[in-house]
Ligand binder design. Sequence first.
Ligand code: ZN
Length: 363
Amino acid sequence: MLPTDVPALWLRDNCTCADCRDPLTDQKLFQITDLPEQLAVGTLRALDGGDAVDGAEGWEVVWAPDGHVSRYPAHWLQQTGEPDPRTEDAKDLWGSAATLADGLPETTWSAYLADDAERLRMLEAVARLGFCLLRDVPLRDGQAQQVARTFGFVRETNYGTQFEVRVEERPNNLAFTNVAITPHTDNPYRDPVPTLQLLHCLVNDAEGGDSGLVDGFAAAAALRESDVGAFAALTGTPVPFAFRDDVTELSTHRPLIGTDPMGRIREVRFNNRSLGTLRLPAEQTEAFYAGYRAFARLLLDPERQLDFKLGPGDCLVFDNTRLLHARTAFARGGARHLQGCYADLDGLLSTVGVLRRREAQPC
Ligand SMILES: [Zn+2]
């Protein structure tokens, strides 16, 4: 590929000379409006041997009309783009527990801490599959937050920096009772929504209280496959979600299935407990409800659910924009105590990037 085969503005915008990018931070030093109106490649010269760019063959462009000089390695010109790591294109969708071919992505806390490669494997599992499971995590108060701090930052909310999942005397949320909780994403009434959730099991002696995970992206893709109209109704309808207690009044309007500008699935919100009242024209409301029921049927299909029982020391880390989580009812007198916290995917993906960089260039 030649520099004359690509759009001139794009090429010039990506000039890496010291006038265009700060050598220390690699950040851009000009605005797009600073570039000449009639920008074009003036002269072109092949670089190799002693002229090569950082030892690689490439091209030198002298720009018209301003005479600016840029150098581009040939391999850089050939590169293709990476998919947005948050969209379905960058995920391994699993439609059922059986399709998790390699079993659960899990490791022990000590292996996770001791070995960068093992830590990277777990965090990449969260990025690709939506979750990982850490075993033998110390049974200490606040430990879920310690886990979050190994890859990112704790997100504080009205539930605090952490929350206790156990039977409360006066619960402000059904999660803090012993009833069954059907598959849902957390906090859909929040914008931005917490993109990661951690659940650390301290005690689980109760009869019942099993956990389940469902891949919301896989279900959304299946809906698109089987019923394009239903998929369009869900991506195109803003849904009011709300939560209130004595001191909180949260609400937001977001679709059940969020797509990026290219139409790729990027976010799922599903929570029957906090879905509010739609006020839309009858036709739109009917289309939404038909889609909502079709999507719910897929999400609530037991075949799609990965079931397991968290034991003391297990810490589940999962993508709250993609996976739904559930738990079965448990005996009222039974002891069950989980601590949870929220965190965000941007921090986790940053840690994945740094660990990959280190793996590629061991010091
Ligand atoms: Zn430049």
